[in-house]
Design a protein around this ligand. Structure first.
Ligand code: OGA
Ligand code: MN
Length: 639
């Protein structure tokens, strides 16, 4: 049944290309010495500050309740690994904080699908942008006025501060906080409508001189606020930055410093909300564009902002920032690779192909661009022979940005689909050596260590035999329901992950990530009523429950599921030609028989053939690996 082609192709001469790329990622700039904030000392704070602190504390406690791996909400494809976001999020998390699994709260969102792009522009313009704008959460694009504060952007807390600025007490409070301000030649103008510090005018305004003095004052205050940061008091520093950004909204560094204070607090307090505020502040800073002359500050801020946006899964917001960077540094291939990586993370493969293709025109030997281009070609066209050299050379280069489990999977898959099984095996072995994979056969990427691993399992080993038997007992009712659903066009969905070599394979999902899919369950009331009494299947948030309908003459490419944390049962509903169908899991093979049930670990490589003439129908049920403790199950991110 299986045909392996051991065709060996000549290595491409590009193999000898010069390796010159070193990706410097924003992660490199993350301080790894961030310590816990000391407990807040009320005596050091004004009443108002304490209020603010309390608000923050409340938010924190809400957030800390729901600690989890942030990788969870990527629009993740359960069978393979077509979506990188989750991986990169968890990776960045690991880099910023060793306690990776519990850093920030769950992120209740998934990336919106980008506009489909059918034909990549064959000869597009270089990717640069001149527009400088801030793209806000709601997707609105807002021109940023350097010297204006948008009232709607101001939180209640900040609103207080603004009205405080009106208050004559402000100066004395600031003085109490930062020492005496050099304001001898200033006086407050109570008649002014302007609620900002522009009220504080020189007694004898003298144009440039006044500006200079105001600049000095700003610099001093910034310096003092920064000193709070250095003194490990970001909460206090943040309060000062809040005032500074309103008072000196036209000063880029005020926004930058505020962003840094927020970022640091976000990290210490594990708060995505604070991180979001840091991002907004970074965006305000970056919106000053060419007015920012400090190159390294601009660069670090851009890269941090991109990194945070990726981390939160807001990949669609990063593109304008990438373009600002590319515009500023047009000769750096790595900045273009970062752009195509962001497109890869948002699953916009047409853009990946376009950006990486442009990069290769100018830097044909750039490994990361080759890798991204090869991945896009593989996914978009299924032209494995064309994709292979790009993937192969890039990964063999071992250069920074090319050594990821996901890329090894993609190359292995490409080799397998070209029938080059020996090379695929060798590549998988090198992935095991690099600790990307648990074994050559078990290549899931989201793994818990130490779980018993074998291809097929006995019913008695699962710990949930009664629940499986309960379903098996009702297999005819389940079959009838599935068949009537199949009769109506549009209920079952074609497999959409390029796992099919030939034929027709469709699925109908009932539960996904431990959540009941209401519309589908309504149309399958019998099966869902049975499932409702069986928590083993409805609470496994690293899996699904679904019908799988396979037509004759179907071959499913070898593939691995995403995690070793679940086992998978097939309850066979219809299998008229068992001798003509086959499931291979690692090196073991078996077939389906109606009314029977078997259990396998789908993190092991598996492959399916249906060489018969009639429909084969099964109910697929995922459940937690029996070795996982209750608390492990609770804390694992959904897949
Ligand atoms: C699986 C799988 C194919 C099938 O259950 O993971 O790939 O036969 N199944 O339905
Ligand atoms: Mn599978």
């Amino acid at each position: 049944m299986r045909q392996y082609l051991y065709e060996e192709e000549e290595p491409n001469p590009e193999l000898n290309m010069r390796r010159r790329l070193t990706i410097a990622t924003a992660e490199d700039n993350i301080p790894d010495d961030i310590e816990e904030l000391p407990p807040l000392d009320d005596e050091e704070y004004s009443e108002e500050e304490i209020e603010i602190e309390e608000e923050i504390e409340v938010e924190m406690s809400d957030i800390e309740e729901s600690d989890d791996n942030v990788a969870i909400n990527a629009s993740y494809m359960p069978e393979t690994f077509e979506q990188l976001s989750a991986m990169y999020r968890s990776k960045m998390e690991t880099k910023t904080e060793p306690k990776a699994e519990s850093k920030f709260e769950r992120k209740p969102q998934s990336e919106p699908e980008p506009e489909p792009e059918h034909e990549p522009d064959p000869d597009p313009e270089p990717t640069t942008a001149t527009d400088i704008y801030v793209e806000y959460e709601d997707g609105d694009i807002e021109d940023y006025e350097h010297d204006e504060i948008d009232e709607e952007e101001i939180s209640d807390e900040e609103e207080d501060e603004i009205s405080d600025v009106d208050d004559a007490e402000l100066m004395s409070r600031l003085e109490a906080k930062y020492g005496r301000l050099p304001a001898k030649e200033f006086e407050s103008d109570p008649d002014s409508d302007d609620p900002s510090w522009t009220q504080i005018k020189p007694k004898n305004p003298t144009g440039a001189k006044a500006e200079e003095v105001a600049d000095d004052l700003f610099e001093q205050e910034l310096h003092k606020a920064n000193a709070e940061m250095i003194n490990e008091n970001p909460a206090k520093a943040l309060r000062a930055f809040n005032i500074l950004t309103h008072t000196y909204a036209h000063k880029p560094t005020a926004h930058l410093s505020r962003a840094q204070a927020l970022e640091r607090m976000a990290d210490t307090r594990r708060s995505n909300q604070l991180l979001q505020e840091a991002i907004e502040s970074y965006k305000r800073y970056l919106a000053f564009g060419e007015l920012i002359t400090n190159q390294s500050e601009f660069r670090i801020a851009s890269e941090r902002c991109i990194q945070h946006l990726r981390f939160l899964g807001h990949t669609h917001q990063v593109f304008s920032i990438h373009e600002l960077l590319i515009e500023r540094y047009p000769d750096e291939a790595q900045l273009r690779n970062q752009l195509s990586l962001s497109y890869l993370m948002s699953n916009n493969l047409a853009k990946v192909q376009h950006v990486a293709g442009e990069t290769l025109k100018r830097w044909p030997n750039n490994s990361v661009a080759q890798l991204h281009f090869g991945l896009a070609v593989k996914q978009l066209t299924g032209d494995y022979a064309r994709a292979l050299p790009y993937l192969e050379f890039a990964i063999q280069s071992q250069e920074a940005g090319t050594q990821e489990a996901y890329f090894y999977l993609a190359l292995g898959e490409t080799l397998q689909r070209l029938g080059r099984h020996t090379e695929a095996w060798q590549l998988h072995q090198s992935g095991v050596d690099k600790k990307f994979f648990l074994s050559v056969h078990q290549r899931s990427l989201y793994n818990e260590p130490g779980l018993k691993a074998k291809p097929f399992w006995q019913l008695t080993e699962t710990g949930i035999a009664p629940q499986l038997e309960q379903l098996q007992h009702n297999w005819r009712a389940i079959r009838n329901e599935a068949l009537s659903l199949l009769n109506k066009h549009g209920n079952f969905q074609p497999e959409a992950e390029h796992l099919r070599d030939t034929g027709n394979w469709q699925q109908y999902e009932l539960f996904s990530q431990g959540k009941r899919l209401h519309a589908n369950c309504q149309r399958a009331p019998i099966t869902c009523a049975l499932l409702a009494k069986l928590p083993a299947f409805t609470t496994c948030h690293r899996g699904q429950v679904k019908f799988s309908a396979m037509q004759a003459l179907t071959h499913v490419w070898p593939h691995c599921g995403p995690t070793n944390c679940r086992l998978r049962a097939h309850l066979t509903l219809l299998a008229p030609e068992p001798h003509l169908t086959s499931l291979r899991v690692a090196d073991q093979q078996r077939t389906w028989k109606a009314g029977e049930l078997f259990i396998f670990d789908d993190s092991f490589e598996h492959e399916v053939w249906h060489n018969g003439t009639q429909l084969r129908l099964v109910l697929i049920l995922d459940f937690w690996h029996p070795d996982l403790s209750e608390s492990q199950r609770r804390n694992l991110s959904p897949i």
